[in-house]
Design a protein around this ligand. Structure first.
Ligand SMILES: Nc1ncnc2c1ncn2[C@@H]1O[C@H](COP(=O)(O)OP(=O)(O)OP(=O)(O)O)[C@@H](O)[C@H]1O
Ligand SMILES: [Mg+2]
Length: 353
């Protein structure tokens, strides 16, 4: 179908308008972005209030809510962008990784739009989206190093060139956002716990001492499950002694441990790989403590730090359009047989060099 349709033979004219759809987890989002850098609209409908009751995302509920929202969000994104659907040049959609039932909703909507409008379809890797959210802040320089800290990922990624990703370190167990959410839950804080822990940690006047998981001296990998267990053990020990650990001291101890390790590893990797910029990416990039620590270390090392604005740190479709633009420029389009992938390799998604 799409393979046989008439597609632009040469990388398309500028300015380009990409309509992007993101439904990989619990945000339904549609954006219209011009030339990969100018956000014309970015509508985000969060399901957090629904999932809060369950203390985490319920996949079946998430996909149903995506189905209910996707049509009106597409309409709103087009209207807010001040365009007509016919003005769009390509449709981009998150292919993975994520919850497969959620991804499917966006994928089917994207295929239907692309097919009915006779437009190319672009498949996007969700983490490439998080990284390229930084392109809304400033033009990226290569090689650069991305520190990806999100609900499902914790990775150090070297970008050799535009859209060329090499993962040099990843978590061996929990992702950092997941650890934040689990520790917050143990403290009785609402889901998602990251922002609550961040707020408590910043206001705390003391900290519970917790371990740092450095792993092997030359490793860029991460591990957070031991830290999470140390928090639970500290809470249990205090309870058995009839004591109550102050939640803000626990939050501060946990956040200090996370920040020490990710900051140190990111700075070491940036130096080793000659990064011209450090790019912060993913939902945990909203963390004030982490932003402050990286800002200070990058200032000392004279390394430019690029951080997305808060609303572009968590899931949104504008970042998906920014990553899609890399494929648009090279005419790398997806077939109509495209499948949603719960697990998808970032390195394999890299643009063809
Ligand atoms: N200020 C903050 N401090 C720490 N964590 C935060 C903060 N704000 C958000 N988070 C965390 O960010 C995570 C959500 O980020 P994101 O939306 O990128 O995750 P995801 O899309 O579920 O995972 P992935 O992108 O890996 O698929 C949650 O775990 C949340 O607790
Ligand atoms: Mg995400």
């Amino acid at each position: 179908m799409m393979d046989k349709m008439k597609l632009p033979a040469v990388p398309p004219s500028t300015p380009s308008l990409i309509l992007a759809i993101e439904t990989s987890c619990d945000e339904t989002s549609v954006a219209v972005v011009e030339d990969g850098r100018i956000i014309r609209s970015n509508i985000i409908s969060s399901q957090i209030e629904t999932h809060k009751k369950f203390g985490g995302v319920v996949p079946e509920v998430a996909s149903r809510q995506h189905v209910e929202s996707i049509t009106w969000i597409i309409e709103e994104a087009v209207e807010k962008a001040g365009i007509r659907l016919q003005d769009v040049d390509a449709v981009a959609v998150t292919q993975g990784p994520g919850l497969v039932g959620s991804l499917l909703v966006g994928l089917v909507a994207g295929k239907a739009l692309a097919f009915s409008l006779g437009l190319p379809l672009i498949a996007v890797h969700h983490i490439a989206g998080h990284i390229y959210a930084n392109r809304f802040v400033q033009e990226l320089e290569y090689p650069s190093l991305a520190l990806v800290v999100s609900g499902g990922h914790t990775e150090l990624v070297v970008l050799e060139g535009p859209g060329q990703f090499r993962i040099i370190g990843r978590t061996r167990d929990d992702a950092v956002g997941e650890a934040y959410d689990k520790v917050a839950r143990a403290l009785g804080l609402p889901y998602p716990g990251g922002p609550h822990l961040d707020r408590l940690a910043l206001a705390a006047d003391g900290a519970v001492q917790l371990p740092r998981a450095w792993l092997e001296p030359d490793s860029y990998d991460f591990s957070f499950s031991g830290l999470k267990s140390a928090v639970l053990a500290a809470l249990n020990t205090a309870r058995m002694k009839g004591l109550d650990l102050a939640a803000d001291h626990v939050a501060r101890g946990f956040q200090d441990s996370v920040i020490d390790v990710v900051t140190e590893k990111a700075m070491r990797a940036a130096k080793q790989f000659g990064a011209k910029q450090l790019l912060l990416a993913g939902g945990v990039a909203a963390n004030k403590g982490l932003r402050e620590s990286l800002t200070e270390r990058c200032r000392q090392s004279r390394l430019p730090l690029v951080v997305p604005p808060l609303e572009l740190c968590t899931d949104n479709a504008a970042m998906i359009a920014a990553a899609a633009h890399l494929k648009w420029e090279r005419g790398e389009f997806a077939p109509m047989t495209l499948k949603a992938e719960a697990v998808l390799s970032l390195e394999e998604w890299s643009v063809k060099s």
